[in-house]
Design a protein around this ligand. Structure first.
Ligand code: ADP
Ligand code: ADP
Ligand code: MG
Length: 579
């Protein structure tokens, strides 16, 4: 216990954030208990890490330990939750940010930094970046600022891309990235997904030596993600070095040769793991335990069942609801839906491009939109009134009140039950946000709040439209797990729109697959088995998946590999056989 010396001081006055004098802090976290705003976190770290500090933003600010090391001619994938320093590391390696080795008040010069990394592969790396003999190209995480850049907003994308094309790769990429339809459109009119495709293309077509892609599949649909992964792989086949930050595990698995994990306490500190080969790295990540560092960073392992023919089992289960064929037309868009029957405990994934009618389908099931032909189900097969709980894609944040009030308005006393608290509220990391006002929540917090509210409602069918949007990989895994558990245990039914193949596999036992032309016409299949639905979808994409023998998770085959050729020849695009 400290007396006399002040461990917590208020240099800017009592109503401004305090500074904790870390050298005096006993680590007993007295101030954490005293702080009325729950803003102080005290974290004790192994002392040997201190010498590995690569960057610190400010006093008591976020601290990054170690750095990932890019390997010549290979793709290094970076994975981890938000707020543990992935972007910081990328900006350092791309030469945008000088690592201060923790000395934010007295930052070292470059020669000192290079000396600090003596003996590591980072020493020659930084030397080359400084000398300009290694040219870095960066696709930043945040692309929504692009249209705000003066002189850029009004220019058509063709203008921007042609002036970036120092490599001559643009022509080839135009088709792969579906840029033809938006070729003359000014940047300021682009949607999130279109902007992402333009930003990634602009990076790939510039001639450089090492390419950084910070979250390149954000805003992209499942088809676009696979195409993006191919384009990045192609860059590596030209001998370029690549670093990719990615939250879609199927895509990370596909593009990477090596994987580094980031773990720590979001916003407080982050540690970079040693690199692992991709298969092992992703398995370690799902397992939540890094054996060579004896480090557990998640208390539960994420396991895949490794589908067998039993995935057709639900067909024999008790039916929940049946719906007939439906049609809906808007001014420029027509949608046709094949009728189906779903069982109790069944979880249906919905897979398809953007603008193909997924939300329209879900809204019709929700009773939010009337079909022009056919009818949305109103009753269960046993004739009871059908109760539906719906999480829309765009979540209104206009609720006037705290998160607790928001969840109570949805689920009443359910939210106080021990089971709901542990398996939903705590799992989704909402317990410390319960008294926050809903309009103040961030995108990811609001998404998790809406998922919890949807599950809190008593219903027969749960509808989730893109529940992974704005969530990091860790949150995607835990929210998928919470949804799966809740729906299965209570023998309910769910429909979930999902763009990650791995997550769709983890979540669902069956699929509705959309085909058609985005923005013009769409058609939804009946509810198929996972295997059948994936096969149809992947065949159209020309991509095959196998299963990892150890974990049963799906893995993309590299284009033209032996397995890829074999599976294409036998028409088994999604291998589900016994593992
Ligand atoms: P990630 O990419 O893993 O989400 P970031 O590297 O973006 O993580 O951020 C890690 C932490 O550093 C966050 O808490 C963030 O708020 C903080 N941070 C990032 N950039 C700055 C900055 N320029 N100044 C101060 N803090 C920052
Ligand atoms: P997805 O969810 O697959 O991205 P949507 O169902 O949201 O697709 O939209 C499919 C198409 O229908 C899009 O071209 C969209 O612009 C159009 N659309 C959706 N809702 C309406 C509406 N209320 N009026 C007119 N067009 C609409
Ligand atoms: Mg980031």
């Amino acid at each position: 216990m400290r007396t006399g010396d002040e461990t917590v001081i208020f240099p800017e006055g009592p109503d401004k954030p305090p500074v904790i004098v870390e050298a005096l802090c006993s680590g007993e976290a007295i101030c954490v208990k005293k702080c009325p705003y729950k803003v102080i976190r005290i974290v004790n770290l192994p002392e040997e890490l201190e010498s590995d500090t690569s960057h610190r933003y400010s006093v008591n600010g976020f601290k990054l330990f170690r750095l990932p090391i890019p390997k010549d001619g290979q793709v290094l994938g970076l994975i981890g939750p938000n707020g543990v320093g992935k972007t910081t590391a990328v900006r350092i390696l791309a030469g945008e940010l000088s690592p201060n080795l923790g000395r934010f008040d007295d930052p070292p010069e470059w020669d000192e930094i290079i000396t600090a990394y003596r003996g590591s592969e980072l020493q020659p790396f930084f030397e080359k970046i400084q000398a300009g003999s290694l040219v870095p190209i960066l696709k930043p995480q945040n692309i929504t600022d692009l249209p705000k850049v003066k002189d850029l907003a009004d220019r058509p994308i063709s203008d921007l891309l042609e002036s970036s094309d120092s490599s001559g790769r643009l022509n080839e990429l135009k088709d792969d990235m579906s840029l033809n339809e938006i070729w003359d459109r000014p940047i300021k009119f682009l949607s999130g997904g279109e902007l992402q495709r333009v930003a990634v293309t602009a990076a790939i077509v510039r001639e450089g030596d090492i390419y950084f892609f910070d979250e390149p599949t954000a805003y992209l649909d499942v088809r676009e993600r696979l195409r993006m992964a191919r384009a990045i792989r192609k860059l590596s086949s030209l001998g370029k070095t690549v670093v990719v930050v990615e939250h879609d595990l199927s895509i990370l698995d596909y593009v990477s040769d090596l994987v580094c994990m980031f773990y720590g306490d979001p916003g407080v500190y982050g540690i970079v793991s040693h690199p692992h080969g991709t298969r092992v790295g992703v398995n370690i990540f799902l397992d939540g335990f890094i054996p060579d560092e004896n480090m557990r960073f998640r208390d539960t392992a994420i396991s895949f069942k490794g589908m067998t023919a039993d995935d057709e089992e639900y067909l024999s289960r008790e039916a929940m609801v049946e719906y007939g064929d439906m049609k809906k037309s808007f001014e420029d868009f027509t949608l046709e839906i094949k009728g189906s029957r779903v069982s109790k405990g069944q979880i249906v994934g919905i897979l398809g491009a953007n603008g193909i009618g997924k939300t329209t389908f879900v809204r019709m099931l929700a009773g939010d939109l009337e079909p022009d032909e056919g009818e949305a189900p109103k009753k269960t097969v046993t004739g009871l009134e059908l109760k539906i709980s719906y999480k829309p894609q765009y979540i209104p944040a206009d609720f006037e009140g705290s998160l607790r009030m928001y969840l109570r308005a949805a689920g009443g006393n359910t939210i106080d039950s021990a089971d709901f608290r542990t398996s939903v509220i705590n799992r989704l990391g909402l317990e410390n946000l319960m008294d926050h006002m809903v309009p103040d929540l961030s995108g990811g917090e609001l998404q998790r709040a809406a998922i919890a509210a949807c599950l809190a409602r008593e219903a027969d069918i749960y509808l989730f439209d893109e529940p992974s949007a704005f969530l990091d990989i860790e949150q995607r895994l835990v929210s998928s797990r919470a949804i799966r558990r809740h729906v299965r245990n209570n023998m309910k039914t769910a429909f979930i729109v999902e763009h990650s193949i791995l997550m769709a596999d983890y979540l669902s036992d069956s699929l509705v697959v959309f085909g058609g032309i985005p923005g013009r016409s769409g058609s939804a299949s009946s509810v198929r088995t996972l295997r059948n639905g994936m096969n149809t979808f992947l065949k159209e994409m020309g991509v095959t998946f196998r299963r990892d023998p150890q974990t049963g998770r799906p893995r993309v085959n590299k284009d033209g590999s032996k397995l890829d050729q074999q599976q294409k020849a036998s028409g088994e695009y999604y291998y589900v056989g016994k593992v």
